[in-house]
Design a protein around this ligand. Structure first.
Ligand SMILES: Cc1cc2nc3c(=O)[nH]c(=O)nc-3n(C[C@H](O)[C@H](O)[C@H](O)COP(=O)(O)O)c2cc1C
Ligand SMILES: Nc1ncnc2c1ncn2[C@@H]1O[C@H](COP(=O)(O)OP(=O)(O)O)[C@@H](O)[C@H]1O
Length: 318
């Protein structure tokens, strides 16, 4: 996959393409439908497939001092587009000037990028004050527009990144995973903690430092997996402040079941399946240990319900 970082004032010489366009945070089932349509149309037209996305998130323009978390920070999104088989990724640099373009200017930009057909949701909006819509896109005649209705969850609510984000933040992982079509995950590197896991509890817990700003599930204990290289290991994951020990910063740590390897410095992902319980302050270390042993059993029961092969990866869905 080729990646172009694009300034709207300096469009390089680009090939003709069939492109989808959007923010694509999470690459959820609705996004995956857009991608699938793009790949099919590109194949039919014998053109490369493309995806146009925007970075940084427009929200950051209006809140310059705040950082914004994402379901799939841009590096992860890039990897997922590559996995899905998109040929070219266009990352449009989102600036105040870019945000001020009229919808006619925006169409000119797409012509200059040699987009032949554009796949987008019927609810897609763009250009200054969100003045561009599916109607303005269809009113221009130089680019073929393929509009896809938003996918619905249980025919009630449309699947959206913001809905999934709220579910993750509330610990409703099963609902989020149903809309994503894959297991929500956070990528990072294993770092040293206080070594209470192996020294005091006899249950080692690997501490994850996320690679970028991921949306974090609610504080609590989860059944899930750790992915190391291309293998998935059953794990129970805790997100919180370890109140029994009174930590001052939030940690993300996992005890990997039936596993005994040094993980320090390793790049891994923690994947979330289901919340087991809230994080508690225990009266004694013994009480915490008893609970952790119970959590191991609960994790085994939850993970036994669905095999790892039954979880689709994005590529399987396309
Ligand atoms: C699955 C799991 C559940 C946990 N639940 C709690 C909890 O309810 N309360 C708590 O204070 N700490 C909890 N912990 C955190 C332990 O206290 C923590 O792993 C221990 O302090 C070791 O930290 P260290 O890796 O920094 O040495 C949990 C850890 C895991 C992996
Ligand atoms: N089953 C396991 N689950 C998690 N970590 C393990 C496991 N087996 C060995 N380890 C190693 O032990 C470390 C965690 O032990 P712990 O005493 O909790 O130390 P720390 O406080 O530095 O995380 C992990 O980073 C990893 O290198």
């Amino acid at each position: 996959m080729q990646i172009y970082s694009i300034e709207f004032t300096k469009i390089p010489d680009l090939p003709k393409t069939v492109c989808c366009i959007g923010f694509f945070d999470g690459l959820h089932k609705g996004h995956q439908l857009l991608l699938k349509t793009t790949l099919e149309e590109a194949r039919k037209k014998h053109l490369p497939s493309g995806a146009i996305l925007f970075d940084p998130d427009p929200w950051t323009l209006f809140h310059p001092d705040e950082e914004m978390d994402h379901l799939t920070p841009i590096e992860k999104r890039e990897a997922m587009f590559q996995e899905a088989g998109i040929d070219i990724l266009y990352i449009m640099h989102f600036t105040k000037e870019f945000a001020a373009l009229t919808y006619e200017d925006f169409h000119e930009l797409l012509f200059d990028m040699h987009v032949q057909a554009l796949v987008c949701g019927t609810d897609f909006h763009y250009a200054s004050h969100n003045s561009g819509s599916i109607h303005t896109l269809k009113a221009q005649e130089r680019i073929e527009i393929i509009a896809i209705d938003p996918l619905m969850e249980d025919q009630i609510e449309k699947i959206s990144s913001s809905k999934i984000e709220k579910e993750i933040e509330a610990g409703r992982i099963e609902e989020a995973n149903a809309s994503l079509g894959y297991m929500y995950s956070i990528d990072g590197t294993i770092r040293h903690g206080f070594q209470r896991g192996s020294k005091i509890l006899n249950i080692p817990t690997a501490n994850l430092e996320p690679d970028s700003l991921f949306t974090l599930p609610a504080i609590g204990v989860y059944a899930g997996y750790m992915k190391l290289k291309n293998s998935y290991y059953p794990a129970m994951i805790n997100i919180g402040f370890n109140p029994t020990f009174g930590n001052t910063h939030k940690s993300i740590e996992a005890h990997v079941l039936d596993f005994d390897q040094d993980l320090y410095g390793k790049k891994v992902s923690f994947l979330f399946v289901q919340k087991i319980r809230p994080e508690h302050k225990f009266d004694s270390i013994e009480a915490l240990k008893t609970q952790l042993k119970q959590d191991i059993e609960t994790t085994r029961q939850i993970l036994a319900k669905k095999s790892i092969q039954d979880w689709s990866s994005v590529i399987n869905l396309l």
